[in-house]
Design a protein around this ligand. Structure first.
Ligand code: ADP
Ligand code: MG
Length: 583
């Protein structure tokens, strides 16, 4: 293996003079007083190699020795990852005192002693390709597939397969004969370099299937789909955490992976304390059973921060290859991009916009491009739905990270300070937000089959009414209540009705917090029927009184258990009240 000597140090960036070949992104260890500091190669020019050290370089001197490993930054994939807290280098944080490891300390990410109950899927003589399922173990009620090595080339033949039984992760569960006739021993652990997409699937599909979250402003107004992508700008206090929790708990997914990338340390601690508390409405148990948290705080070195989102994505790809639906969230991708910026600046590269690396747009596009719904070799589907937050400095949505994310993410949920200040939760701005899936013919076909009638038409009508309402609110602001015709007030209050009844949703009310799609459809119909009713008013005060009353009754409907006595009672009250006003 290649060796090197430290020739220069700028913070976490170290230059090394090397005596052999070194590859871009290769991992090396720098020796410092008996500890080994992990580092990643970020640039190679002749015998000069630039590496980014994943931890503090305090005390490091020129002349210190380094050993190269011949491989890139990898994760170990296997049973035992669910409900774990890892850092970006897959250190098991539960084994640590708090969030901090000692320098040069790396932990074994998977339990090597635990026994897993293995059931074979293939038999001797079967042909398999990379990623094909060999057998199954169960972890926290999730059926996990043990797969043919992702690095395996071509078609291999099963020579041996373990019988059903209890084994550790390092037990040889299968022997394959590859195309060259060599035997390959397979255990339950796979290693994969985090920066390479894991593409052990037959085909990527254009996503089309609604990923129900139970959050109306998402499902009804700007739906996300299974295997889709979205992003949320996250000014502090606008409800980012509440929304992320709602999506993690409620979205129709098997596995939740949460990458907390370099947010403030206290926010990361918050994630560790809050996630284990969350109940899983799908199973009645704890959400953490099917969750993995990857967390780096901003006081960890930048390179470790950069790694964390890749580590999370690679784990997501691993579960997708098992045919599972993964919900992946990263908070925040801006901190990740800032890590990239710090690294590129230290290398004195020619900077791109706002001093971000020149290729920031392709870095972001490649990352989002790893999400998606795929068809596996065996015809089963798996998906990664990815939602990232961005936290642009000063809330400026014109900066490079937000702009480039906008180009690739298909949904945008604009959390807005002004709405949060007015306590209109979730504070997702209905006019600036969008979902491009609404324009996908595949999505329209899917949703039209699930919901009878012109769903997209209704959604567009509500969006138009929201926009009209906003314009009129501005006019009323300038001209005063009496300065505009009474009809204008009606238009404005119809938009308020949609806002209060469809969009606003109390995340802390047991019933209102989760609205299944069928119920969302009823709410939409209830609201649209009111909008279409022919109403007559003489004064704007009458308009206001009427709509306030209507909104109140509709909210009572929303807060009532679906199809309960209360529910029907409020529906009836609404009909009766409407009858008093309609022509
Ligand atoms: P952020 O993570 O963006 O700083 P939080 O998610 O912690 O903000 O939200 C701040 C506060 O806003 C919450 O403590 C809660 O009181 C309120 N809030 C946010 N979303 C909702 C919601 N959907 N329903 C009710 N309250 C909400
Ligand atoms: Mg928060």
């Amino acid at each position: 293996m290649t060796k090197g000597k430290v020739s220069g140090i700028i913070a976490n960036m170290v230059t090394l003079a090397v005596d052999g070949p070194v590859a871009q992104n290769e991992i090396c260890y720098i020796l410092l007083n008996g500890v080994r500091l992990m580092a990643e190669v970020i640039k190679v020019t002749g015998n000069n190699v630039y590496v980014q050290v994943f931890e503090s370089t305090r005390g490091l001197k020129v002349g210190a020795e380094a050993e190269f490993t011949g491989h890139m930054l990898e994760v170990q994939l296997g049973p035992g990852m669910l409900s774990k807290n890892y850092d970006g280098l897959q250190n098991d944080l539960d084994k640590m005192e708090g969030v901090f490891l000692h320098r040069g300390e790396y932990t074994q990410p998977l339990d090597e002693e635990r026994l897993w109950h293995f059931k074979p899927i293939v038999k001797v003589g079967d042909k398999v390709r990379a990623g094909d399922w060999l057998g199954e173990v169960e972890e926290n009620f999730q059926p996990l597939k043990m797969m043919a090595p992702f690095r395996q080339k071509g078609v291999s033949t099963i020579k041996k397969i373990a019988e059903e039984g209890d084994y550790t992760i390092h037990h040889i569960i299968a022997v394959l004969t590859d195309e060259q006739g060599n035997d390959v021993e397979v255990d339950m652990v796979q290693r994969w370099p985090v920066k390479l997409a894991l593409t052990a699937y037959a085909e990527k599909l254009r996503p089309y299937k609604l990923l129900e979250t139970g959050v109306r402003t998402i499902d009804t107004f700007n739906p996300i789909v299974e295997g889709g992508t979205g992003f949320i700008p996250g000014p502090f206090g606008t409800g980012k955490t509440v929304l992320q929790h709602a999506i993690s708990k409620q979205a129709a997914a098997d596995i939740v992976i949460m990458a907390a990338c370099g947010e403030r340390a206290n926010e990361v601690v918050e994630i560790f304390t809050e996630y284990p508390e969350l109940n899983d409405p799908h199973t009645g148990r704890k959400l953490m059973e099917r969750t993995i948290i990857i967390a780096n705080t901003s006081n960890m070195p930048v390179a470790a921060r950069e790694a964390s989102v890749y580590t999370a994505m690679t784990m997501a790809e691993y579960y997708r290859a098992m045919g599972l639906r993964v919900m992946l969230m990263a908070d925040s991708t801006s901190r990740w991009a800032q890590a990239l910026r710090e690294m590129s600046n230290r290398m004195e590269e020619l900077p791109g916009p706002d001093a971000f690396p020149m290729d920031i747009s392709s870095i972001i596009a490649n990352f989002y491009g790893r999400a998606g719904m795929v068809i596996l070799n065996n015809g089963q589907k798996g998906s990664i739905t990815f939602i990232g937050t961005v936290s642009p400095a000063g809330g400026n949505l014109k900066e490079p990270v937000t702009e480039n994310t906008k180009k690739v993410a298909r949904c945008f949920y604009a959390l807005e300070q002004e709405r949060a200040d007015k306590k209109r939760y979730p504070a997702v701005n209905p006019i600036d937000s969008y979902s491009k899936y609404l324009e996908y013919p595949e999505f329209e076909e899917y949703i039209t089959e699930r919901i009878n009638g012109d769903w997209i038409g209704k959604v567009n009508e509500m969006k138009t009414r929201m926009l009209r309402g906003k314009e009129i609110a501005e006019q009323i602001n300038i001209l005063g209540d009496d300065g505009v015709p009474v009809d204008y007030h009606v238009v404005f209050w119809k938009s308020e009705l949609i806002d209060y009844v469809v969009l606003q949703q109390d995340a802390f009310d047991e019933i209102d917090a989760i609205t299944p799609l069928e119920r969302q459809e009823e709410i939409v119909d209830m609201v649209i029927d009111i909008c279409h009713a022919e109403l007559e008013f003489d004064t704007f005060l009458e308009v206001m009184d009427f709509f306030k009353k209507v909104i109140n009754i509709c909210k009572q409907v929303n807060y009532s258990e679906y199809k309960s006595d209360d529910y029907y009672r409020y529906r009836k009250e609404l009909d009766e009240f409407m009858a008093t006003k309609t022509k």
